[in-house]
Design a protein around this ligand. Structure first.
Ligand code: T1G
Length: 676
């Protein structure tokens, strides 16, 4: 046997082995090899049963996503699964790692399934804007029932091997270290038994109320997505009396609709973009990394506390420093409260809370940071405070320690320049709440050493962040693009739009909230000069009246005690006052104009960011906006969305409103190019 598939005889059992790193994706060579292996087993009279297993870290983790859009080489996955299922010798799937998507479906084509306890099984295609297109939507309900089929396909989260055994998706658990031997023994045990093929079984009738409740919840959770409803429709087809063949035909039809659609292209784009973002152009992927045994965090406020939790949860001890005992106690108290809240929800065991808190060392002594390998400053957003801290750090941090600032705007090179070790300095811009938001902008200073950057990018993966390299400019990538959006949104208020209209347009686009809802959530007073007598714009006027957002019960909206927003007559007055002071006439503003002025300008800023090399690639910008600001993943990020809108249309929209179009955007539009 050539290629990624080999076979091994164990007396009367043939073991078919896939070795296709990194995740045994079911590419053409794997499918062809499996087909050949099955034929070998069927042709050999001495073989009584077969086992399919994978070398490396996991059982098949799905179809090979890189093959999508190309001509499918035979046998396609559905065909291969039918070949397995039709075998008159039982085939056992031996599962470890993550049997996902087509991997799960291949296992379902086998007659039996055995898994190690640490394995996970699932059909995450919905996260790629797809559905299990190799029979998963028809076999899972027939084998394990509609409820678990809905959970697995329409939400896309995998389940444990234990849960899979409970619902009947697998037949047996193997020893964690004896999968191969246990699978061979299991195959021998069932060699003479042919179970009824799943395709021939009937789906147990589900509780209609439970299905209706699931559909209602799912529609809310996945507002704007096409794939979840398609998954549900396919699962329902498996339970509506249709034959298996009719169900498969319906699944195929729905799969192709999704596969050809923009949403799946966007979600597949982000799948690869997120992984690409971790790569640093021009830096070897095997560069030696610095050893980070202990992290220091300066500041136990909201950000410092959240940042600390990321490392504690990943098992990295943290020394957290504050100036005052009261602030230190408050900060560590919040960390404990957050962990205990997770434990109360069953997300953490009590002993894990104590383990995390035990790895936290609160101190008032700045010199304690000398024991840390990475020190992250998370204090006031003023350059003088940052410079003061980094001057002190330079004097006490051990040689080779990485010094990072959590600044969200300020110039990292200026901060690095106060130290004698600018090569060890960079930015680590966490997004609030830092222990929840997945995005981390890693800001590369002019002198940041490659190994420092690579160490932090690798550490980001360890603390389950999605990291993107940013250059030193005002606002880096995300906040820099947020600025034109906010500026144009405020201008639109002056010209006649209302906060609720602008927010509605953004929410309808797929954002979790609009610019003004976001401002009220974050705080209208963020970045305010705090002089209530200095009123130069609408925001100053709101802040001066204490309209600081949700936290004060009023901002651009008024809020009830449950923080439900209602449009504010006072805000409308303030806007009117400013409009008349500026001699502006109120006019009707279309939703299209709002999109052009707030989103096209973001794309334009993204093009400038690329021109200035403040981002490595357009897909990095997309990743920033998906993971940092909730851009709808089914639109693939601002730059991917611009490609799908058409760059000529974006340029025309910008020019219509008199904006200066970035050269890169203009040249791509003219040449018919794309950002991604
Ligand atoms: N196809 C091709 N490449 C894949 C891949 C896949 N299915 N999954 C991962 N990779 C690459 C990935 O790009 C990265 O490449 C490397 O493997 C390591 O991945 C017909 C249509 C399995 C949980 O959606 O969830 O089956 O960056 O960094 O963190 O119904 O990968 O090293 O060059 O993510 O340990 C369904 C997707 C496909 C699973 C491992 N399956 N993969 O996570 O490693 S559609 C999925 C994952 C399908 C059928 C349908 C994760 C993982 P590089 P990684 P990890």
């Amino acid at each position: 046997m050539t290629g990624p598939i080999t076979t091994e005889r164990h007396e009367d059992i043939l073991v078919i082995i896939s070795n296709n790193p990194p995740v045994n994706a079911l590419g053409a060579a794997v499918r062809q090899g499996l087909d050949a292996g099955l034929k070998e087993g069927l042709a050999d009279a001495s073989i009584k049963a077969m086992v399919i297993r994978c070398d490396g870290r996991t059982f098949f983790a799905g179809a090979d996503i890189t093959e999508f859009g190309q001509a499918m080489q035979e046998p396609g996955l559905p065909t291969l699964i039918e070949i397995i299922e039709a075998s008159d010798k039982p085939v056992v799937a031996a599962i470890h790692g993550t049997a996902l998507g087509g991997g799960c479906e291949t296992a379902l084509g086998c007659h039996y399934r055995i898994a190690v306890p640490s394995a996970k099984i699932g059909t995450p295609e919905v996260k790629l804007g797809l559905l299990p297109g190799a029979g998963g939507t028809q076999r899972i309900p027939r084998l394990a029932g509609v409820p678990i089929a809905l959970e697995l396909t329409a939400k896309g989260d995998p389940i444990s091997a234990k849960k899979a055994l409970e619902v009947g998706l697998i037949d047996r658990l193997a020893g964690e270290d004896s999968l191969v031997a246990d699978a061979i023994a299991f195959a021998r045990e069932v060699a003479a038994v042919r179970p009824l093929p799943i395709a021939s079984r009937k789906t147990a009738t589900p509780d209609p109320d439970a299905v209706a409740a699931f559909k209602k919840d799912n529609a809310k959770r996945f507002r704007g997505f096409d794939a979840p409803a398609a998954n549900i429709a396919c699962v329902e087809k498996a339970a509506d009396g249709s034959t298996f063949e009719e169900g498969i035909a319906f699944e195929r039809q729905e799969f192709m609709k999704l596969m050809m659609g923009v949403q799946s292209a966007a979600q597949r784009h982000i799948f690869f973009a997120e992984r690409q973002a971790a790569k640093i152009d021009g830096v070897a992927s095997d560069i030696a990394l610095r050893d980070i045994k202990r992290v220091g965090v300066i500041g136990a406020g909201t950000m410092g506390g959240g940042i600390s939790m990321n490392f504690l949860s990943a098992g990295v001890p943290v020394t957290i420093v504050e100036m005052q005992q009261e602030a230190l106690d408050r900060g560590t108290g919040v960390i404990r409260k957050n962990y205990e809240a997770s434990a109360a929800k069953g997300r953490l065991k009590p002993e894990q809370v104590e383990q995390a808190m035990g790895a936290l060392k609160p101190t008032l002594d700045f010199a304690d940071l000398a024991e840390c390998d990475l020190i992250i400053e998370a204090v006031y957003e003023t350059m003088e405070v940052k410079k003061e801290i980094f001057t002190k750090l330079d004097a006490i941090a051990k040689p080779g320690a990485i010094l990072a600032s959590n600044t969200s705007y300020l110039n990292i090179d200026e901060i690095a320049a106060v130290t004698a070790r600018p090569q060890d300095v960079l930015g680590m811009h966490f997004f609030s709440p830092a222990n929840v938001m997945k995005l981390l902008e890693v800001v590369r200073g002019a002198k940041t050493a490659d190994d420092v950057l690579a160490t932090v990018m690798a550490l980001a993966k360890k603390i389950k962040k999605v990291a993107v390299v940013a250059g030193v400019c005002h606002g880096f990538i995300g906040n820099r693009m947020l600025m034109p959006r906010q500026v144009e949104a405020n201008k639109l208020l002056m010209e006649g739009a209302t906060p609720e209209q602008i927010d509605r347009v953004h929410v309808a686009f797929g954002m979790p909230m609009g610019p003004f809802q976001m401002s009220d959530l974050a705080g209208v007073d963020i970045g305010w000069h705090r002089d209530p007598t200095r009123i130069e714009n609408i925001r100053d006027a709101l802040a001066a009246e204490g309209r600081w957002g949700q936290k004060t019960g009023k901002g651009f909206y008024d809020y009830d005690e449950k923080r439900n927003p209602t449009p504010s007559a006072r805000v409308a007055e303030i806007i009117e006052e400013f409009r008349s002071k500026s001699n502006l006439q109120k006019r009707e503003i279309s939703d299209e104009e709002i999109i052009e002025k707030t989103l096209y300008t973001m794309v334009n800023e993204g093009a400038l960011i690329l021109e200035e090399k403040m981002a490595q690639r357009a897909s990095d910008i997309d990743v920033v906006w998906i993971y940092g600001y909730g851009w709808p993943v089914y639109r693939g990020g601002p730059m991917f969305w611009a490609d799908t809108e058409g760059l000529k249309k974006i340029v025309a929209g910008l020019e219509k409103h008199g904006f200066k179009v970035a050269e890169l955007l203009k040249s791509k539009a003219e040449s018919g190019g794309r950002f991604n």
